[in-house]
Write a protein that binds this ligand. Structure first.
Ligand SMILES: [Fe+2]
Ligand SMILES: [Fe+2]
Length: 239
């Protein structure tokens, strides 16, 4: 069922292109955060791994951007209003709201592990959904290979630096991701409710004012009207 949904979402070439460009932004942003994480960590092994990871994310950004741009160029000129439906098929979510400064090495690794694991699952599904577009399929395959490495090294490093508290860090990261998912869902619902309320206001509150304005307009005499004698001094003052 989900696979069918993904196939439908990725079927439209314009949406595919825009989603790839959107993924490229997230990957590039994640790469920058990982460089910052490499600067902040005191652990030389982690610093090296974060730099490799950052380079991977930059490469993913380039792959997505190149393929997205190629797809866009191949499209006939038309409007760009296709919804991306990112709430159903997000990219490497997690990297987009990484708070490198407020994390310890262990909590950052736990968070990264879960984000990379989710990303690997998503990219595997998208790769399957775009089998009819071999170049895009190849991009997802290449990215998936790296995401699997990211998923594994973050867990291995978490085991190394916090072997006793590994599970508690993972659970905290899981709850954190759940909380962020809840906030995303609530803001989406708030957006829909806002649209409904504003539309209702438009159709319910505005018509009486339009009616009153029309009625006032009908009472207004047409053409020029003589100035009342008490307003004759108008040119002597500003009012
Ligand atoms: Fe990535
Ligand atoms: Fe990644």
């Amino acid at each position: 069922m989900i696979q069918l949904l993904h196939r439908w979402i990725w079927h439209d070439a314009e949406r595919r292109a825009r989603k790839l460009l959107n993924f490229a932004e997230t990957e590039a942003d994640g790469g920058r955060d990982l460089v910052r994480a490499a600067e902040l960590t005191q652990d030389p092994t982690l610093r090296r791994l974060y730099m490799v990871h950052a380079a991977d994310e930059q490469r993913h950004a380039a792959l997505f951007r190149t393929r997205g741009a190629a797809l866009l160029r191949a499209l006939p000129a038309r409007s760009s209003a296709t919804a991306q439906l990112n709430w159903i098929s997000p990219g490497e979510r997690g990297l987009d709201d990484l708070r490198v400064h407020s994390e310890s090495d262990a909590s950052l690794l736990a968070f990264l592990h879960l984000s990379e694991k989710a990303a690997a699952g998503h990219f595997a599904a998208y790769g399957e959904a775009v089998r009819t577009d071999p170049p895009t399929h190849a991009v997802f395959q290449e990215v998936l290979h790296d995401e699997t490495f990211h998923m594994n090294y973050t867990l291995a490093q978490l085991n190394r630096i916090a072997p006793q508290r590994r599970l508690s860090f993972l659970w905290r990261a899981r709850l954190n991701r759940l909380w962020k998912a809840y906030l995303r869902a609530m803001s989406a619902i708030a957006g829909v409710m806002g649209t409904i309320v504003l539309t209702l206001q438009y159709f319910v509150l505005l018509p009486p004012f339009a009616f009153l304005a029309k009625r006032a307009e009908r009472r207004e005499p047409a053409g020029w009207a003589p100035v009342q004698p008490e307003r004759e001094r108008a040119l002597e003052s500003q009012y």
